[in-house]
Design a protein around this ligand. Structure first.
Ligand code: NAP
Length: 454
């Protein structure tokens, strides 16, 4: 069984029967049958399908948003924005996919030579609950555009979202088998990866899950892309606009109750601006409203599960026991639900969980740096390398630090890191490999085929 639990109340929403091994095999075979037809469709036809997907999403955006709010606690207005982002991504790949996938001419001495981008087949996506629509659409839309078909193994706490997404593709009129959700736990992913008709796998999730899926992909020699955890460093330099830095860091850290891979997880501050930054952040955190995701006044909803809330609290307490100072929050509120208050830890140092580990919740971690060089050193002193940001009024210096010095898949100057269909998204180090979105993402799951006519 997979059980949907409302994290704001602890109430069971619904139970879903798992798919049996035979049902999983049937789904893979149906996906492969669909692929044999889907790959024959033209890029123009696929663009039209993607536009229908966008319309279908927008037509029922409030229903999908409510489902997310119920199943994983995302405030309703954030959930609506997530659906709109999925629809915009569908339009982006509908408009740009044909250009990204056009033959790429290569000059040689032959009559004709070029690279063609041919589909691979059935792609499995193993996805997390934190952006339960966005994470799925950002892998599926370019995959379908490239002529592949998709299977989804969603997180075990969001089966309702998994089936709702399946219905989006059905309602948009895509052929049967183009997109199917498999209700199976992580422990059964091997059944799918091992199947000869599955060509590739992409996982978005924790580093531990990434290791496991990468080893299965290695065992069965399947192409893989991994989007894993992060502990993004936001550097607040001496000449930063502190009001802007405070606002941006707070927004990044508290979006989705802090449960984002590219959240501002480590705020590294130089001595000249530390006091002002800390004071500003504290004021901003004091103004937050923790509560019911359906209440329009709520800025921070519950976390998605009680066990994850308790794990976060243990990381916070262990950091405080090791010498971190808690400026606000840090206690589990009484009452039902997986709530955790917006929390600020400061004086965080190497060796503390708040320095070494990913904190996946509404906890801002301030790490004091001696100077700018020390801030850059601390930013890279992590196993992760997903995103990062630099706050400075010197845009040239900011860009050099972002480009040359920070070990991450993206680094933004004076703004929060966000995913954008136009930009490649992914990590280095233990944050994974491969890229999603943009022209780079659509080329992950294609056969880049050299064609020569002598
Ligand atoms: P998770 O526990 O790794 O779960 C993610 C998905 O992987 C779920 O579908 C889960 O299935 C599955 N899974 C877990 N262990 C597995 C295993 N050993 N083999 C195969 N599949 C397995 O992660 P989460 O707690 O849901 O999400 C939080 C993590 O994801 C954070 O570390 C966050 O930074 C990362 N994340 C990264 C990105 C990115 O783009 N880089 C985006 C969002 C989140 P079950 O639910 O059935 O266990």
């Amino acid at each position: 069984m997979q059980t949907s639990i409302n994290p704001a109340t602890g109430d069971i929403l619904r139970e879903y029967k798992l798919h049996s091994p035979a049902q999983v095999r049937e789904a893979i075979e149906a996906a492969h049958r669909c692929f044999l037809q889907w790959r024959e469709t033209t890029l123009g036809e696929r663009s039209q399908w993607l536009l229908k997907v966008a319309d279908t999403l927008l037509a029922k955006k409030n229903d999908y948003a409510s489902l997310m709010a119920q199943e994983m606690g995302k405030p309703l207005k954030e959930a609506i924005a997530e659906i709109e982002k999925c629809a915009a991504c569908a339009k982006y790949f509908a408009e740009n996919g044909p250009h990204f996938l056009a033959d790429h001419a290569i000059e040689t001495e032959y009559r004709k030579s070029y690279a063609a981008f041919r589909p691979l087949g059935v792609i499995l996506g193993v996805m997390p609950w934190n952006f339960p629509f966005w994470q799925v659409f950002r892998f599926v839309l370019p995959s379908l555009m490239a002529g592949n078909v998709a299977l989804l193994k969603h997180a075990s706490n969001t089966p309702g979202c998994a089936l709702a997404i399946e219905a989006v593709f059905r309602d948009a009129g895509l052929p049967e088998g183009a997109f199917q959700a498999l209700l199976i736990p992580g422990s059964r992913v091997e059944e799918v990866i091992a199947h000869p008709q599955v060509a590739a796998v992409t996982l978005t999730g924790s580093t531990a899950a990434g290791r496991s899926v990468a080893s299965l992909a290695g065992k069965y020699l399947k192409k893989s892309v991994l989007e894993l955890g992060g502990s993004d460093a936001y550097l607040i330099l001496a000449d930063a606009d502190i009001d802007h830095a405070v606002k941006t860091c707070a927004a990044s850290r508290l979006l989705n109750c802090g449960q984002s891979c590219i959240s501002a997880k480590r705020l590294i501050v130089v001595p000249e601006v530390r006091e002002q930054f800390e004071r500003g952040l504290l004021d901003t955190f004091r103004q937050q409203r923790l509560g019911d995701p359906f209440d329009a006044q709520t800025t921070v909803g519950p976390m998605s599960r009680i066990d994850l809330r308790d794990e976060l609290h243990t990381q916070v307490r262990r950091s405080i026991d090791a010498g971190a100072r808690c400026l606000i929050g840090g206690d589990i509120p009484s009452g039902k639900g997986a709530f955790y208050p917006p929390t600020i830890l400061t004086d965080v140092k190497k060796g503390m969980p708040a320095y070494e580990e990913e904190l996946f919740g509404p906890v801002a971690v301030i790490i004091p740096a001696k100077d700018e060089e020390d801030a850059i050193r601390i930013a890279n002193d992590t196993e992760y390398g997903l995103g990062g940001a630099i706050f400075t009024r010197d845009l040239v210096r900011g860009e050099i630090i972002a480009r040359e010095r920070i070990e991450s898949g993206s680094c933004f100057v004076n703004m929060l890191v966000r995913s954008d269909p136009r930009l490649p998204f992914g990590g280095v180090k233990h944050s994974g490999y491969g890229r999603e979105l943009s022209a780079f993402g659509i080329h992950e799951f294609v056969n880049i085929k050299s064609i020569v006519v002598a």
